[in-house]
Write a protein that binds this ligand. Structure first.
Ligand code: FRU
Length: 491
């Protein structure tokens, strides 16, 4: 039954490929061959390769009964698509194989995921059943389902209860789940010796709707530089000031997870990325000890113009995490320098109340540059990217001296999307170091060695390829700028 459903899903993808449009296809980010993608799932290193699974609907570019798409890579740069790993096939996961994680035990690859059922009408979130399920694979390609390993809690006020993250701690398997008890969010922990039998351990953290949202999706807990990090995607946070402007957020807190399973936060709640499109991030411990992170580089209920071209959804670039007090830094994985092709060095120096077209064009580019705040008098200055010849389209990244913020403005970025996001620049700061990755329908900005990042989807026309440096009301001072053309791997 499962095998037949996987074959059918595979055929659906094959049939769509000839119709798929290329205007927004990403060159070096992982996206589904056709159909819909959301959360990254089951990041794992297995027999010398990184495996990436993802929430996938192969039958259309809309969210629907969730499958697990699958790809693998040796170097975090080149990805190979593999057959779909999981399809809803059993009574317990009949309406979706929702998000989860992967571990390796005895040289076998295990997937732990949420089986989803609509009990009332499809998409009525008030009548659902969610259970935690196990599947395994000896070859890392074909998976056998082992059924439900954790039944829904007896507490009738818990119905939303999903996204298992499993890891090994002191010789035992631990599982973190996000739950919604009534209207309050919870982080629940379970423990197992063999992945098949689980017992409840603790409510590691209890939230309150007013300040914490109503549900914590996609939890992840890991140790980083001597501290524990609880990473999650809260639903229902209200925007305040410049923060939390996306419909849903991706946030984290640092603290200490004790042996009895209680998470004692020591740091504030922080947003993980400050762009428009970053959700459901998950991490992986690489063999060399680096903590790597990927997120779904989209947002629920956001316009997704590529749907009209029979695909949508993408994962962010892999990022290396490090800790700075109670804040995380995210830097592009070092392997990504392998994407760099030809390099152009630009000496822009000063731009006075004008726009200076750069001697570099393209949809797949990496910029490395500094904005010199000390030498500048401009009210705002920075880069205009993916600009059209007719001046209709542009994506702006600039320092706003009055607000002392670095701003990403996609109000004129092309089809569908709009909006502005920004991050603070400290009062005494004299320069901003930037690394910017452009792909056909995305921009990822790494600020000051990853102290902040802004990741957003943009949908410019394929021929909007110009870039310029600009300054408004005064002089903007640019340091040396390196620009690389990036490889078009068409993954
Ligand atoms: C997060 C999420 C998860 C769920 C999955 C369903 O984006 O809502 O909580 O498992 O997506 O596709």
């Amino acid at each position: 039954m499962h095998a037949a459903l996987l074959d059918e899903a595979h055929r659906a993808i094959e049939n769509k490929l000839p119709e798929r449009g290329h205007d927004y296809r990403l060159g070096y980010h992982l996206s589904p061959p056709a159909g819909w993608m959301n959360d990254p799932n089951g990041l794992v290193f297995f027999r010398g390769e990184y495996h990436m699974f993802y929430q996938h609907h192969p039958y259309s570019a809309q969210w629907g009964p969730m499958h697990w798409g699958h790809a693998k890579s040796r170097d975090l740069v080149h990805w190979e698509h593999l057959p779909i790993a999981l399809a809803p096939s059993e009574p317990y996961d009949r309406d979706g194989c929702f998000s989860g994680s992967a571990v390796v035990a005895d040289d076998t690859l295990y997937l732990i995921y949420t089986g989803h059922q609509w009990l009332g009408e499809t998409r009525n979130d008030d009548q659902i059943r969610q259970v935690q399920c196990l599947a395994s694979s000896a070859d890392g390609i074909t998976f056998t389902k082992h059924g439900v390993v954790l039944q829904t809690p007896g507490d009738p006020s818990i119905m939303h209860w999903r996204d298992p993250k499993v890891w090994m701690r002191d010789g035992q398997w631990w599982m973190a789940l996000g739950a919604r008890q009534g209207d309050d969010p919870q982080l629940l922990l379970y423990r197992s010796a063999d992945l098949h039998h689980w017992e409840y351990l603790s409510c590691a953290l209890q939230g309150r709707r007013e300040q914490d949202g109503y549900m914590w999706e996609c939890p992840d807990i890991f140790e980083l530089d001597g501290c524990d990090v609880f990473l999650y995607s809260p639903q229902g946070l209200k925007p305040t000031g410049y923060d939390n402007w996306n419909l849903y957020q991706n946030s984290y807190r640092t603290g200490r997870l004790d042996d009895s399973g209680h998470f004692n936060p020591s740091g504030e709640l922080h947003e993980l990325d400050h762009g428009h499109d970053f959700y459901a991030a998950q991490t992986l411990l690489a063999p060399d000890g680096r903590r790597l992170l990927w997120a779904w580089m989209d947002m629920w209920e956001s316009p997704m113009p590529s749907q009209a071209q029979h695909w949508c959804g993408a994962l962010s670039l892999p990022r290396e995490l490090s800790r700075d007090g109670d804040r995380l830094r995210m830097q592009p994985a070092r392997e990504l320098v392998a994407l760099r092709q030809s390099q152009t060095l630009l000496q822009v120096d000063e731009v006075a109340s004008a726009s200076h077209v750069l001697d570099v064009q393209g949809a797949l580019l990496e910029f490395e540059l500094e904005l010199d705040l000390e030498g500048s008098s401009a009210e705002r200055f920075g880069l205009a990217l993916r600009c059209s010849e007719d001046g209709q389209e542009r994506t702006l990244l600039y320092f706003d001296a009055t607000a002392r913020r670095l701003v990403l403005d996609r109000q004129y970025s092309g089809a569908g999307v709009s909006g502005v996001r920004s991050v603070p620049i400290a009062p005494g700061q004299t320069r901003i170091a930037l690394r910017v990755f452009l792909d056909r329908s995305s921009i990822e900005v790494f600020v000051d060695e990853g102290a902040y990042t802004l990741s957003s989807r943009i949908y410019p026309r394929p021929d909007s390829l110009l870039a310029s440096a600009f300054a408004v009301n005064g002089t903007g001072c640019f340091g040396a700028m390196s620009v690389w053309r990036l490889a078009d791997l068409q993954i």
